[in-house]
Design a protein around this ligand. Structure first.
Ligand SMILES: [Zn+2]
Ligand SMILES: [Zn+2]
Length: 315
C-alpha cells in the first residue's frame, strides 16, 4: 500500500506492507487525514518516532461492528490491564502505543489498524471534511474537562493556528471574555469572522491580567509569554509540545502561585456532538489539500507557510 513514512526523512512508499491488525484491532481504509503541528514536530525529532505518520483521520471500517461505516479513531492504544488503565487513565497507559506518534503506524496511508474500542462512528450527514477535525476538537474539549471554566473568566489563547482557533471556539462558548493573541493578521481575521476577539502579539493584553492562559503557540516562547500574562493564582494550560528541552525561571510559579496544567487528548464524543451541532466551525480552517501521493509536498507546504489545516486525500 501507499504510506508516508518517517525514517531519516519523510518519503512516500508504494510498497509499504499493509498493517496486520493485532487482537482487538480492526483495519480502517483511510479516506482523509489532517496534518497536525505534532506531525511537523515528529519530523524534527520529537518522540524519536519512526513509521507511518498521521493521527487525524476519517476512514471506513473494514471489519468489526462498524464495518462499512465511516469512523474516526482515538489515538491512544491502551493495554487495559496496567495500573493506570485500571485507574481509568487509559490515555496514560504505561504500555500504550499512539497512532502515528509512538510505536504504532499512523493514518497517512491507504490502511491503518486501530483498536475497535478507539473507534467512533461518524454521523451519516456529517461531511468527511468536518469529521477529520474530531481529534483536534477533542483536544480543545480536554481543557474544560480538566479545569473549571467560569462565565466570568478572562481567557487568553496564545497562538492563532489550528489548535488555538479550535480551543478559542470551544472556550468562547463557556466564557464571555476570550481573546486570541496571534501574529498572523489573516488568521486573526478568520477568528474575528467566527465572533472571537483577537489582538496582535505586538499589542499584547495587560500583563498579569488573565485568569486562564492557554498556550497553543507550538513554540518554546509560548510558556514564558503565558507567564507574563497570567494573573497571580491564575492557570496556564499548556497545549504546546516542543521537541527538545526548554529552560525557564520557575520562581514566578511559586511567587505568584500559578497553576500549570498540561493538556493533551480529549473526549471524542463531545467533539463529534459539537461538530454535528455546528458549535465548532471547521470548514474555514481548511487552507490546502493534497493527495496522499503528494504527501511529502503537503508536509513541506504545512511547514513553510503560516497555514491552517492541510488535508491529505487518501481515497
Ligand atoms: Zn494532532
Ligand atoms: Zn495500560
Amino acid at each position: 500500500m501507499r504510506a508516508l513514512v518517517l525514517d531519516d526523512g519523510v518519503a512516500l512508499r508504494r510498497d509499504y506492507p499493509a498493517p496486520q491488525p493485532a487482537p482487538g484491532e480492526v483495519l480502517v481504509r483511510v479516506l482523509t487525514a489532517g496534518v497536525c503541528e505534532t506531525d511537523l514536530q515528529l519530523i524534527r525529532g520529537y518522540m524519536g518516532f519512526r513509521g507511518v505518520l498521521g493521527h487525524e483521520f476519517v476512514g471506513v471500517a473494514e471489519m468489526g461492528p462498524f464495518a462499512g461505516r465511516r469512523v474516526v479513531g482515538e489515538i491512544n492504544c491502551a493495554c487495559r490491564h496496567c495500573d493506570l488503565c485500571r485507574r481509568g487513565l487509559a490515555t496514560h497507559c504505561a504500555n500504550r502505543t499512539v497512532l502515528g506518534i509512538l510505536q504504532h503506524d499512523g493514518a497517512f496511508a491507504d490502511m491503518i489498524a486501530v483498536p475497535q474500542e478507539n473507534l467512533h462512528a461518524v454521523p451519516d450527514d456529517m461531511p468527511t471534511d468536518v469529521a477529520v477535525f474530531t481529534e483536534p476538537v477533542a483536544a480543545a474539549f480536554q481543557i474544560p474537562a480538566q479545569i473549571d471554566v467560569r462565565r466570568t473568566d478572562r481567557i487568553l489563547v496564545l497562538g492563532d493556528g489550528r489548535l488555538g482557533n479550535l480551543c478559542a471556539q470551544v472556550l468562547a462558548a463557556l466564557a464571555a471574555d476570550v481573546v486570541v493573541v496571534g501574529k498572523h493578521p489573516e488568521k486573526l481575521r478568520l477568528l474575528e469572522s467566527l465572533g472571537i476577539r483577537t489582538t496582535l502579539l505586538s499589542d499584547p493584553p495587560p500583563a498579569r491580567s488573565a485568569d486562564i492562559v492557554v498556550d497553543c503557540t507550538g513554540s518554546d516562547t509560548g510558556l514564558p509569554t503565558a507567564l507574563t500574562l497570567v494573573r497571580p493564582r491564575g492557570t496556564i494550560v499548556l497545549k504546546t509540545t516542543v521537541a527538545g528541552e526548554q529552560t525557564l525561571a520557575w520562581a514566578p510559579f511559586v511567587i505568584d502561585e500559578i497553576t500549570l496544567v498540561g493538556s493533551r487528548c480529549g473526549p471524542f464524543d463531545q467533539a463529534l456532538k459539537a461538530l454535528a451541532e455546528g458549535r465548532v466551525e471547521v470548514a474555514p480552517l481548511i487552507s490546502a489539500r493534497f493527495s496522499l501521493s503528494e504527501g511529502v509536498r503537503a508536509l513541506e507546504h504545512a511547514r513553510a507557510k503560516p497555514l491552517l489545516k492541510v488535508l491529505l486525500d487518501v481515497a
